[in-house]
Design a protein around this ligand. Structure first.
Ligand code: NAD
Length: 243
């Protein structure tokens, strides 16, 4: 896939999937603006650090990226947080954090990016949902709900903005070997390497996903090869769908 001359904004660029995606987009010729709480040390053309819980920051990101890059062809809303527990174990803070990062920030960024892309004749947006947004797993009620919300919003936006030449799709990974998954294991007292290897045995392909496995699917979705895809929820699960 060839992205020479293309410009992209990636949120969560310091995380597992985000870092791999930025590296791959740039290797394929794109110029990239990276957003995360800290973007120190990330190789990219534009650095836009900030907290996605700040509505002013999220609202302004697409325009800032477009201004600094000269255009904005691609947006990937990849940042996310996971909170564990049933509804009865969910604090107000967990609720606000999960909704804020996983739903409100992508909403704000899409709302701001779409007019910029429409004025330029089109663009591509990918939101990172999850298998758990399609079929919820146990003990992560609010996380699953936020991923279902962003999946639904993606389907709606995919329909509503196709006529402007803007393709909006979502990637829905199952387990990925990133800091998000590994820190969850560590918090629960498991050795992350052992837990990742154990979990891999439950996947028909024999391993959980590496960040690049997901980044490559995102690359496809924002590329011309996916030119007829709008509002799709693309599950990436190594043969292990959530039941
Ligand atoms: P990660 O924790 O490695 O990366 C997430 C990034 O988002 C981090 O760099 C973090 O700093 C950033 N972020 C979080 N809150 C932020 C905020 N308030 N402001 C700015 N940035 C913020 O996790 P990852 O696994 O690479 O996750 C990427 C996406 O993939 C997430 O949306 C996640 O929900 C989704 N996902 C992950 C898995 C998995 O198993 N790892 C499975 C399905 C979906």
């Amino acid at each position: 896939m060839e992205f020479t001359g293309k410009t992209a904004l990636v949120t969560g660029a310091a995380g597992g999937i985000g870092a791999s995606l930025v590296q791959r987009l740039r290797a394929a010729g794109a110029r990239v603006a990276v957003a995360d709480r800290s973007v120190d040390g990330i190789d990219a053309e534009v650095h836009l650090p900030g907290d996605l819980l700040d509505p002013t920051y999220a609202d302004a990101l697409p325009a800032k990226a477009a201004e600094a890059l000269g255009s904005l062809d691609i947006v990937v809303n990849n940042a996310g947080v996971i909170t564990r527990g049933a509804v009865t174990a969910t604090s107000d803070d967990d609720w606000a954090l999960s909704l804020g990062v996983n739903v409100e920030a992508p909403f704000r960024i899409c709302r701001a990016a779409i007019p910029i892309m429409a004025a330029a004749g089109g663009g591509a947006i990918v939101n990172t949902a999850s298998c758990w947004g399609l079929r919820p797993g146990p003990d992560h009620a609010i996380y699953c709900m936020t991923k279902a919300a962003i999946a639904s919003l993606t389907q709606c936006m995919g329909q509503d903005h196709a006529h402007q030449g803007i393709r909006i799709n979502a990637v829905c990974p199952n387990e990925v070997n990133t800091p998000m998954l590994r820190s969850g294991f560590a918090k629960r007292g498991f050795d992350p390497d052992t837990a990742v290897a154990e979990l891999g045995k439950s996947v028909p392909l024999g391993r959980i996903a590496e960040p690049a496995d997901i980044a490559d699917v995102i690359l496809f979705l924002v590329s011309d090869a996916a030119r007829y895809m709008c509002g799709a929820l693309v599950e990436v699960n190594g043969g292990k769908p959530v039941q």
